[in-house]
Write a protein that binds this ligand. Structure first.
Ligand SMILES: Cc1cc2nc3c(=O)[nH]c(=O)nc-3n(C[C@H](O)[C@H](O)[C@H](O)COP(=O)(O)OP(=O)(O)OC[C@H]3O[C@@H](n4cnc5c(N)ncnc54)[C@H](O)[C@@H]3O)c2cc1C
Length: 369
């Protein structure tokens, strides 16, 4: 393998010319202008594989349900098929000659704790997926509200790094007649939807998709009063057990359960009134599945500023969420052992008061429209 750092518009054509190699890749859907230039310089061919459907196929959708129907119709007309493996003759070269040593950092997953939670690579992805299919076939079901983490696929880092393709997931899972298959595949369509929206609104990573939220008084860089609150949230010291458990799980393992992501994000943006971009940046830095499209898409979904988002007034009550989704307290106990002792602090802001304040701020924005 050759590893190199720098501008692909310079590096890829140079190495391809030196080796006399043909260039081919699985498409990505950001930095498309860079890829177009590499393509022009090298005559590269590109293939779909990272998504179920190309984001430019059909009309731009803003709402998930019609998008999901269109994806299902397209896939039932033309089910995803793997291409035959290309006939590649390995080159007899010393790859070290072409590699740039600076491009070989210590892999982050080598750290002891992360390594016990995350095994990168295609083999690990396939093993995880096939184990999950067996779990479904045995009647185990899919449940993304089960905080134990055993009832979802755990494939997001593998999908993020292209170690398994959603088309393969679709083809294998849809052939299985077992409860939970379609609920799981629906989530894979959400991933496509996030990329579809990102393709059509590329600045959604930094800008409120719904412009009226530009008037919302979130705390953001420049106004620094909120930074101490942000740090408590990042460290999992908010005094809200479910939020703290999620944030500590994230720091230790590089992942967090979807339900808890929603609750932690709601606490930050609504109860603490801190801009979703702060949360998005922290997740970007800490999640092993941090994804250019899914991360901002989901933050805007929770914050209410996305196109097909949770309505702003639907504010998660983290205490009720804990009662409902972690009734025995085992998830919280695992990450915040002091949560059920007198040592544990009160929530940094009152749950009901802060909810009321958030709703009042929202009313102000609405009435100024
Ligand atoms: C605030 C917030 C930020 C998030 N950031 C990311 C991110 O950076 N990267 C990321 O992959 N997911 C993100 N998600 C979505 C979701 O939390 C993860 O995809 C999910 O927890 C992964 O677990 P799993 O692989 O077991 O998923 P499963 O439930 O088994 O679902 C199968 C696959 O569908 C996709 N998927 C599931 N839920 C979603 C969703 N809501 N949006 C988009 N795709 C989804 C994932 O690729 C996942 O692997 C975020 C959610 C929230 C609320």
């Amino acid at each position: 393998m050759i590893r190199a750092t720098g501008d692909p518009r310079e590096i890829v054509p140079r190495i391809a010319a030196e080796l006399g190699a043909e260039v081919t890749w699985n498409r990505r859907y950001h930095l498309t202008d860079v890829d177009a230039q590499v393509k022009e310089a090298t005559g590269a061919t590109s293939h779909p594989g990272f998504l179920l459907t190309e984001p430019w196929a059909g009309k731009p959708y803003k709402v998930f349900t019609p998008f999901s129907k269109a994806v299902q119709a397209a896939l039932s007309d033309a089910p995803p098929q793997p291409l035959p493996a290309p006939d590649i003759t390995p080159l007899d070269i010393d790859t070290a000659e072409f590699s740039d040593r600076a491009a070989e950092p210590e892999p982050f997953w080598a750290s002891d704790t992360l390594a016990t939670h995350c095994t990168p690579g295609e083999d690990a992805a396939l093993e995880r997926f096939h184990n999950f299919l067996e779990h479904l076939a045995d009647g185990g079901g899919y449940d993304n509200d089960d905080l134990s983490g055993h009832s979802t696929t755990g494939l997001s880092p593998h999908l993020r790094f292209g170690e398994i393709s959603p088309g393969y997931i679709w083809a294998e899972a849809s052939a299985l007649d077992a409860p939970g298959v379609w609920a799981m595949l629906r989530q894979v369509i959400w991933r496509d939807f996030a990329w579809h929206r990102y393709f059509h609104v590329p600045d959604m990573t930094t800008r409120n998709v719904r412009e009226q939220f530009d008037r919302f008084e979130w705390s953001w860089a420049g106004d620094t009063d909120h930074l101490a609150d942000l740090a408590l949230w990042q460290r999992g010291e908010t005094g809200v057990p479910l939020v703290d458990a999620g944030m500590r799980e994230l720091w230790a393992t590089g992942t967090m359960h979807n339900r808890v992501r929603m609750v932690a994000a709601s606490w930050l943006t609504k109860n603490l009134g801190i801009h979703w971009r702060h949360g998005e940046e922290w997740f970007w830095d800490t999640l092993v599945d941090a994804d250019v499209a899914s991360n901002p898409f989901n933050w805007q979904w929770v914050a209410g500023s996305g196109d097909d988002a949770a309505p702003y007034f639907r504010i998660f009550n983290p205490l009720l969420q804990q009662e409902k989704f972690d009734p025995g307290g085992s998830y919280v106990q695992r990450w915040v052992p002091e949560a059920f002792t007198p040592l544990y602090p009160e929530p940094m802001v009152d749950v009901k008061e802060s909810r009321k304040r958030a709703l009042e701020s929202y009313q102000e924005v609405r009435s100024s429209m």
